[in-house]
Design a protein around this ligand. Structure first.
Ligand code: MF3
Ligand code: CO
Ligand code: CO
Length: 289
């Protein structure tokens, strides 16, 4: 039902809101139509970085739990339940729940959905791709990551898209160094993606993260120079989260105001980490171990 006669996704049905125990601290935007303005910068003390890492570890382990539940027939809402239960049972808040009105505890983006797919009654089919994006909020700080998974066996072109999108994130991470401008990251990612003729999504980006879910710092995944000239410094925290497509970088937005698809309905993949800049490179803050 949540796929049309061509096999493309169509909106499904949502379950009622999942509950978060009253003992778990909510981020300040919950219940508001938009977050309060963030006035801090994008660099953090070691004590703050420890807190972002603790949140990021919960998000990563929640994603591991979701991964174990992915199989043909599982619905994206069932995956949301796994993410939600893992995050709240570890004392954290699922940051997407109530963020600008977003209704669920993770994003599940299937096939041609670039990002921000809402978990619903869509039952995954053998050969589908599903990206799951989880952000956890703990002790005042957010950690944000996503990965793209195969549902059973997928086509070779889909398999390669996933492998190369993963590699694009690794290359973006390796490009980070103090003294460079953030636009170096997208230059490296786009150069790599263009070897394969992939579309590189421009209008959804990496971002500063930590004390706020999105701090205002933008990290493009395409070559944006001379714009986006923020200088990378030690202690800076942001995400890198490239979205690559088998076709266009152009997108459409569903009537739910969240789900972003490729305009040509080509397949798309994404990987994301939250990282902190170190003197000699980066430390990833969204690891399971
Ligand atoms: N986690 C996503 C990101 O990487 C943001 C999701 S916001 C939502 O920035 F509201 F769509 F969930
Ligand atoms: Co992000
Ligand atoms: Co994310």
């Amino acid at each position: 039902m949540p796929f049309d006669a061509h096999g493309h996704l169509i909106p499904g049905t949502l379950t009622p809101p999942r509950e978060v125990p009253a003992s778990i601290a909510r981020p300040p935007y919950v219940g508001l139509s938009a977050p309060p303005e963030y006035t801090g910068d994008n660099t953090y003390t070691e004590a703050e970085i420890d807190k972002i890492r603790a949140a990021g570890r919960i998000a990563s382990r929640a994603l591991d739990a979701v991964e174990a539940a992915i199989r043909p027939g599982v619905t994206t809402d069932e995956l949301d339940a796994v993410a939600h239960e893992y995050v709240v049972s570890h004392g954290a808040y699922p940051s997407t729940l109530g963020y600008r009105g977003y209704p669920k505890s993770c994003c599940t983006s299937v096939n041609e959905v670039i990002c921000h797919g809402i978990p619903d009654n869509t039952a995954l089919r053998e050969g589908d791709l599903v990206n799951v994006d989880i952000t956890a909020y703990l002790d005042g700080f957010h950690g944000d990551l996503n990965r793209t998974y195969r549902v059973g066996a997928v086509s070779e072109e889909a398999d390669l898209l996933i492998q190369r999108t993963f590699e694009a994130l690794q290359r973006g991470i390796k490009a980070v160094a103090p003294g460079r401008q953030v636009n170096v990251i997208g230059r490296v990612i786009e150069t790599y993606a263009k070897r394969f003729g992939y579309g590189v999504v421009r209008d959804f980006t990496g971002h500063g993260v930590g004390a706020a879910f999105h701090t205002g710092l933008i990290i493009p995944h395409y070559d944006s120079a001379p714009r986006f000239d923020d200088v990378i410094v030690p202690g800076m925290v942001f995400t890198i989260e490239p979205m690559l497509t088998l076709g266009t970088h152009e997108w459409d937005l569903w009537a739910d105001d969240w789900t972003v698809t490729t305009r040509d309905k080509s397949l798309t993949a994404q990987f994301e980490h939250t990282l902190v800049v170190r003197e000699n490179g980066v430390e990833i803050l969204t690891l399971s171990e």
